[in-house]
Design a protein around this ligand. Sequence first.
Ligand code: ATP
Length: 154
Amino acid sequence: FKFEETDINSLVEKTLQPMRHAHARDFILEGNGSVVVVTDAEKLRQLLFILLDNARKYSEREIKTTISKNETSISIAVTDYGNGIPKEALPHIFDRFYRVHEDRNRKTGGTGLGLAIAKELADGLGAELNIESSVGVGTTFRIIMPKKQILTDF
Ligand code: ATP
């Protein structure tokens, strides 16, 4: 990992832009103001891409990315309005080769490796990776970076 000063808004925008071109879908960005953190920009971009690509695969509506900050952290949340993940599946979601309902997922393909890699990337970045999901409503994955990595003032 190579840590450097990274402007989060422009990193997120750079990740979203090619996805807007590749897929007929709204990729919305919420939260403004520039926030600079010390992170590995390329690894963070890969992590964000995995979450966005899943959101796209497992939902059909718009996908919302929200940047927010509080006293202790800055977070990037990816929200979709898709099927959601059943409660009993949540403890396994970061396991290698785990996929919820192989039947449901057959049409989307995939190996079940994406989130295992996402978790490794988050660990390497010193970030937390949280999930909130409810079946029939949708899913939010949140990357939370600790305050010590933030360079701009609150
Ligand atoms: P790939 O290796 O191509 O990423 P995958 O998408 O199946 O394949 P993961 O990214 O690890 O693998 O995701 C594991 C499983 O978690 C998926 O198969 C899917 O069932 C579920 N999942 C992940 N993200 C979402 C989401 N946003 N909404 C609903 N289910 C999801």
